[in-house]
Design a protein around this ligand. Structure first.
Ligand code: X5A
Ligand code: ZN
Length: 647
């Protein structure tokens, strides 16, 4: 199984930037007609799917997808997971002339409103997910996103619930398994990242080992909607389905990228590897998004895109997203766009999240792993204390109610949102001409130390510092994030040396021997940046100011290094030697390390070899793990090995 970034090629399509994935989108304005009977405001409003669609159009991505209007689900397909009764009750809603009749039906369900168009929308929502899943399973499309409403995951076999009439995703899963055996879909992974528990889906596949249902949700020990024990982590399925139901129940609100990605890395991804699904259906609610009025969590578009990217490594990328909840129009539009861009594989995932998971997150993850390890051996290892020590302690909430909790930390959210603005902001300066020239040339900067962790590298571009750093970076003049990121290994020896550094305190920092040695392999994270930015990184790495009148490494030296392999710079800093490691997409791969003469001094002991500090190791491990390059254990062993072998 190839994890994100494992291939030697880049992860985001070809070098020309063009995508070759066929991505399907379903959007049908008819689904906007489902609304409250008297025009009352409701979070599950028609504009939800409109704003998503408009965002995709404005961004120019819907034009690159295959777009379908909705199609209505057939009764017999709905009846694969719903009772005959439920299907006919929903169907009958459209024939009711008077609102009060529908209101009576609605009032018998939990959190449901109905109007004259609700039935049609419900049939369209379910049918659209079926159609899209069918096309992906057939191979006509690679993947897709059904922008549907009403949502589905709360709908149970015999009742509507939580704004959901039919369980769209469950209908599609059953359709593939039961109605289309010739397509060869035998195992389906359903991932539900809506902030609420997917109680309906859980019930429908409770005893079914063909469907692995994974739901991560705000639970608060049963206090959060849909309240009760259904979303508890002890609910693992029954009979042949035992072990095929996984709940990750957050104990608190405010969970963000770090929490979700920890659940991915330490639960979902290892289990998905073992389960090896034929297709993935994603109950893609965006109500765990930052700014959502109901969810109170803080997942960013970047977080969603990383979660999705990690899932695309399975089932040959066959994945179907179906919209569930999500009630902040701006958040759901941005999150949806980020996801479709990942489906299209048209550009690197940009952004960063710098926080750690909550203490309670590690507690939940450990409990889930323990409970499920009976069924999934990959969950059996105990998480290292090194890992779970990386945590954010739970903030004290002064006042909160589940639905308006967002207000008391609105400033915090705004702050996060502006920090996580993933739009490029090129800072124009009265730059000397060298900047203009070098800004037109791209290079790959190959990092092998702490810079392998993207948030840490971004400090050199955007400015700032991450956990463990004792110094703030000023950043580059041009703050455009890297255009592409990929991983590769090179036959150079990695080692750690020097007593201490300004940024990391006591302990060595990473170097590679500029000479190749085919017995050595060093993992490197390659960032595609401009030669101008590369110079600003060089300045910062070598303790120099970025507003220099001349570059450390210009076009002439670039030509030379491609010929010679490595060039020591005049700067004389620790990383004053530029090594050309080759080319990718016709762009030179450059790294910075010590000089050959410094290597000799390391060997003689004149400059000390030193293992890196814990903070430095952690940063490298995060880079290798989050980049999908190594598992945590492998990353630690890799660093340990490099730090202990004699030069
Ligand atoms: C699909 C979804 C939420 C229902 C909340 C009811 N439903 N208070 O997000
Ligand atoms: Zn929800």
């Amino acid at each position: 199984m190839a994890m994100a970034g494992e291939s030697s090629n880049n992860n985001y399509g070809d070098c020309d930037g063009k995508s070759h994935r066929k991505v399907g989108l379903v959007y049908d304005e008819t689904m906007c007609k489902h609304d409250t009977p008297n025009g009352e405001d409701h979070p599950e409003c028609p504009d939800r799917i409109r704003v998503i669609w408009e965002k995709l159009q404005l961004a120019g991505v819907s034009q690159r997808c295959v777009v379908f209007g909705g199609s209505k689900a057939e009764d017999k397909h709905l009846q694969l997971v719903h009772t005959k009764d439920h299907v006919s009750v929903v169907k009958s809603l459209s024939t009711k002339k008077k609102d009060y009749r529908r209101n009576r039906i609605a009032s018998q369900w939990n959190s449901i409103y109905l109007n004259g168009s609700s039935s049609e929308a419900a049939f369209l929502a379910a049918g659209s997910v079926v159609e899209l899943a069918e096309k992906v399973a057939e191979g006509e499309l690679d993947c897709g996103y059904a922008i549907v409403r009403p949502p589905g995951h709360h709908a149970e076999p015999d009742e509507a619930m939580g704004f959901c009439l039919f369980n769209n995703v469950a209908v599609a899963a059953s359709y593939l398994l039961d109605e289309r055996p010739e397509l060869g879909v035998k195992k389906i992974l359903i991932v539900d990242w809506d902030v609420h528990h997917g109680n309906g889906t859980q019930k429908m596949f409770w005893k079914d080992p063909r469907v692995l249902f994974f739901s991560v949700h705000r639970h608060e020990h049963g206090g959060f909607y849909p309240a009760g024990d259904d979303g508890d982590h002890n609910m693992v399925g029954e009979g042949p389905g035992e072990g095929f139901n996984i709940n990750v129940p957050w104990e608190q609100g405010r969970c963000g990228d770090a929490d979700y990605l920890a659940a991915w890395d330490h639960i979902l991804i290892p289990v998905a590897k073992e389960f090896n699904p034929d297709i993935i259906l994603l109950s893609a609610g965006f109500d765990a998004a930052i700014g959502d009025p109901l969810g109170g969590c803080r997942v960013t578009p970047y977080g969603y895109s990383v979660m999705l990217k990690k899932l695309m490594e399975f089932a040959q990328g066959k994945i179907v997203l179906a919209l569930e909840g999500g009630y902040n129009l701006d958040s759901i539009a941005k999150s949806s766009l980020a996801c479709v861009q990942v489906l299209l594989e048209d550009k690197p995932i940009q952004g960063s999240s710098e926080a750690y998971p909550f203490e309670s997150t590690w507690r939940v993850i450990q409990a889930v792993r323990k409970k499920l390890s009976a069924y999934w051996p990959s969950l059996a290892d105990v998480l290292s204390s090194n890992l779970i020590d990386q945590k954010t302690s739970t903030p004290i909430i002064v006042f909160s109610s589940s639905d308006s909790e967002t207000e008391d930390y609105a400033d915090d959210i705004l702050d996060q949102m502006s920090r996580l603005n993933i739009e490029n902001h090129h800072v124009d300066t009265v730059s000397t001409s060298w900047r203009r020239d070098l800004s037109k040339v791209d290079v790959w900067y190959a990092s092998f130390g702490s810079n392998m962790w993207k948030p840490r590298f971004l400090c050199y571009i955007l400015g700032g510092q991450v956990e463990g750093m004792k110094k703030v970076c000023v950043g580059s003049m041009d703050k455009t994030p890297p255009k592409q990121i990929m991983w590769e290994s090179f036959p150079h020896r990695l080692f750690f040396g020097r007593e201490s550094s300004v940024t990391w305190g006591v302990g060595g920092v990473a170097f590679i021997n500029p000479l190749t040695n085919l017995n050595d392999q060093t993992h490197m994270c390659l960032y595609r940046i401009t030669l101008e930015q590369f110079n600003d990184v060089l300045f910062q790495e070598n303790g120099l100011k970025v507003d220099s009148d001349s570059p450390l490494f210009g076009l002439d030296t670039l030509q030379l290094v491609e010929k010679k392999g490595s060039i020591p710079l005049a700067s004389g800093g620790w990383y004053g030697n530029i090594v050309c490691l080759g080319k990718e997409c016709d762009i030179p791969i450059l790294t910075m390390t010590c000089t050959l003469s410094a290597v000799e001094k390391f060997k003689s002991g004149e400059i000390p070899l030193r293992p890196p500090s814990e903070a430095y190791v952690n940063t490298m491990v995060r880079g290798l793990v989050e980049g999908g390059r190594l598992s945590e254990e492998e990353a630690k062993a890799y660093i340990d090995n490099a730090a202990s072998k004699p030069l």
